[in-house]
Design a protein. Sequence first.
Length: 319
Amino acid sequence: MSQVTLSLGDMTFGAFEVPESIPWGGEQALTVHELVGGTRVIDAMGRKDAPIEWSGIFMGSTAVDRAQYLNTQRIIGQPLTLTWSSFNFLVVIRRFMANYEFEYRMPYQITLEVVQDNATPTVAGDVPDIDAQLTQDMNTANSLGSQIGDGPLSGLLGTLGSAIGAVSSFANVAQSVISSVLQPIQAVQGRVQTLIAAADNTMLNVTTLGGVLPANTVSQTVGRMSAQLNAYQQQPLLLNLRNVMGRMTINLGSGAGATRSMTVAGGNLMRIASQTYNDPMAWTGIAKANGLNDPLISGVQTLQIPNQPDNAGGVLSTS
C-alpha cells in the first residue's frame, strides 16, 4: 500500500506509517431461533461492520508529535473521516497504542469503529406505506394459514382479511377503525398460540420414534408418527404467522390514526401539541380526536393523543 494515500481526519500517513494491508468488511447481524427438530428461523437484522485496524511505525523528528495527535483524537472521541483508495468511512478511534522505542522511532497500533461507510452506504429503499404493508402481511398470513391447514385458524384469517378490506386507507383513520382490525388480529394470535402449545406438547412427549412400542397396534403407531411429523412441520409455520401478526399490530399502532392516552388537569391543547409534535398548531388534530373545538382544557380529562399530527379536517379547517 506504499503508493496509496491513507488519511484519518487531518492526518495523512506516509512511509512506514502506512500498513502493508488494511482488513475491512464485517458481518450480517442475525437473530437465530433454534426450533425443536433442528429447524432454524433466521432474521437478518442488517449490516455489522467490523473494526478497521492496522499497525505502522512513526519515524523521524515528528514521530512523537504524530503519535500524540492520534492519542488526542482517541481521547476526544469525535468521528473522523478515514480514506484510502476508493474507501471512505466515518470512524471513531476505539484504541490507539504506541510503543516508545526512542525519540525518532515509535511503532503504533490503531483500532477504528465504523460509524458509517460513505462509499457503500446502507440503503433503506422505499418504505411501503401502511396500506401496502398490511396487504403484504395479510397475503403472507393467508399463505401460511393454507399450509397449516387448521379450519378455525383459516376462519379467523378470513375475518381479519374482511376487516382490512373494509378500510380504504389506514393513513388517517379513527382509533375505532384500528380497533376493529386489532380485534381479529388478537383472535388469530390466540388460535396460533393454542396450536403452538399443542405442537410443542406433541414433540416434548415423544419417548420413542412414532411411539413404536410392542403393545401398540399398527394404526396407533401410524397415528402417532403422523402427529409427530405434523407437529414438526407446523411449528415453524406457526411461529412465522405469530411474527406476522405481531408486525401487523405494530404497524397499526404506528399509523397516523393510532393514539395513546394522556390524563391532564387543565392546561391547553397547544402546549400538548408543542410537546408532542413540536408544532403548537397541531392542536386541531388532538381536538378532532377527542371531539373538542376549544384548545382550553377544563378539569381533569383523559385525552387520546394521535401518534402522528393530524391537521386534515381539523376544527380550524375551512371548506
